[in-house]
Ligand binder design. Sequence first.
Ligand code: HEM
Length: 139
Amino acid sequence: MDDDYRNIFNDSFERCAKDPQFLDRFYTLFIDCNDEVRELFRHTDMARQKELMMITLSYMMLAQSTPELLDRVAERHNRRNLDIRPHLYVTWLDCMLAAVHQTDPKFSREVDAAWRATLKPGIDYLVRHYDPEDSVLQD
Ligand code: HEM
């Protein structure tokens, strides 16, 4: 990914991370988007979830060079554990970008593209590790 995207993403992420409402907006959008997602988060401690998500977003940024940072999250989300089916990552990303749009006053098409490009390697990694039975074939 080119440095321009990296800088655009970093600046936007900083603006979002400063706003305490950012992840509230994301989880409201995500949980309201369909019943499958709502059901999965029914018993979740959302304060803890938001803290872990903020840390994990920084791992997502590093996924191209250091994907192993996501191993624990990948294991938790795989078919044997939370069973987060791959199509839900598309919804996750769209809701994340909608939350960025609501939060970042400098949101633009470029900001949108920079977030998508930055998060793609991490999402691809989690999706590739969805099915542990297949991991020998996929790695
Ligand atoms: C790139 C995308 C994602 C990232 C970075 C991510 C990150 C995380 C993290 C850090 C946790 C906490 C893990 C722990 O408790 O140790 C978590 C839990 C969880 N995630 Fe994700 N997640 C992603 C996508 C999704 C998607 C698409 C779903 C679909 C609904 C989902 C549903 C859940 C659920 C249900 C939990 C457990 C909540 C609980 O413990 O009650 N995640 N996720």
